[in-house]
Design a protein around this ligand. Sequence first.
Ligand SMILES: [Zn+2]
Length: 167
Amino acid sequence: MKLLWGGLVGLLMVAGCQRASKVPKQNPYFSLTDTTEIRVPNGVWEEVLDDGVYTVTREGSTEAPFTNEYHDFKGEGNYHCAACGNLLFHSAQKYDSGTGWPSFWQPATPHCLLFRKDYSEREERIEVRCRRCNGHLGHLFYDGPAPTRQRYCMNSLALKFVANTTK
Ligand SMILES: [Zn+2]
C-alpha cells in the first residue's frame, strides 16, 4: 500500500511539474498604487505580459463574448488594468449589457481612461485605452443605462479584478 501511495504521489508530482512549467510572467510595470505614465515599446510588453493580455492590450484584439472571465461576474471590488494595475472601474458601476462582455456605465475616475477614434470597422467607434500604459481596453458606446447612458464595453483580459477587503 505504501508503495502504491508513493507511486501515486510521484505521478501527481510529475503532472504538477508539467503544469507548472507555464509560470506566470513577472510584470515590473504592474502596480495598484503607482499612477506614473508608462510608455514602453510592445517588445517590452511582450516579455512581461501573458499572451492573452498582450494580444488584447497591445494589439487591440477583442476576446470572444460570453466565455470571458468577467462578463457575468458579480464580485464587489475594483477593476484594474491587467497590464499596469491602473484603477479603471468599480463593481458598483458594472451592469449586465447582454453583450457578453463586462460593461460599465462610468469609469472609476474622470481621468483614468484615454479615448481615440477607431475606424477599424465600417462604423466609427470610440476606442477606450488605459491612461497609465496606453493599453487597449475596449470601446465606448452611448446605449448604456442612466444616468450616463454610456457603455464601456471591456475585454476581460484587459482587466484585473481586486476584491474589496474592507467590509
Ligand atoms: Zn494600463
